[in-house]
Design a protein around this ligand. Structure first.
Ligand SMILES: O=c1ccn([C@H]2C[C@H](O)[C@@H](CO)O2)c(=O)[nH]1
Ligand SMILES: [Zn+2]
Length: 156
């Protein structure tokens, strides 16, 4: 169902842990939820619509989109929007995050989202898809080497 990235695109995505063809249905549902959420992206300033969804250990899916603001810095990304939906429902443990954009290359989470995802889901899969439904997969930990975390706060 999903095609892998071409070798050329792979060279651009140098930090990608691996390129996969996903078939498992939990991840397919997660990806579908992310595309659905992207329909609601509020991005009049950037025109860059993003959808995301998180998968909990118990199999629940929560989705989100980017929501921009005239005060640009108040914008929230799709990844954090989806994660915060889940946390507000009492969820704490996640196995995967999907990020979807109608771009040439799959879009990875920004630095802020990497930090927030690390708090709850360091080992989660991060599955990013572009307009052709190519997939690049990372883990949250791999996206933020040398990260500051709760462990550092205990180191006093
Ligand atoms: O991984 C990303 C990258 C960007 N954005 C949003 C923020 C802003 O609304 C727009 C352009 O940066 O895309 C996300 O939601 N997720
Ligand atoms: Zn972000």
């Amino acid at each position: 169902m999903f095609r892998s990235l071409t070798i050329a695109a792979l060279f651009v995505q140098l930090s990608a842990k691996l390129v996969i063809t996903v078939t498992d249905s939990g991840i397919e549902k997660l990806i579908a939820a992310a595309w659905q959420a992207r329909e609601n992206a509020y991005c009049p300033y950037s025109g860059f619509a993003v959808g995301a969804a998180v998968l909990t250990e118990s199999g629940q899916i929560y989705s989100g989109c980017n929501v921009e603001n005239a005060s640009y810095g108040l914008t929230i990304c799709a990844e954090r929007a989806s994660l915060f939906q889940a946390v507000a429902q009492g969820e704490r443990r996640f196995t995967a995050v999907a990020v979807v954009t109608e771009t040439e290359l799959p879009t990875p989470p920004c630095g802020a989202c990497r930090q927030v995802l690390l708090e709850f889901a360091p080992d989660a899969r991060v599955v990013c898809l572009n307009r052709r439904r190519d997939i690049v997969e990372y883990t949250v930990r791999d996206l933020l080497p040398g990260a500051f975390s709760a462990e550092n706060l205990r180191d006093r």
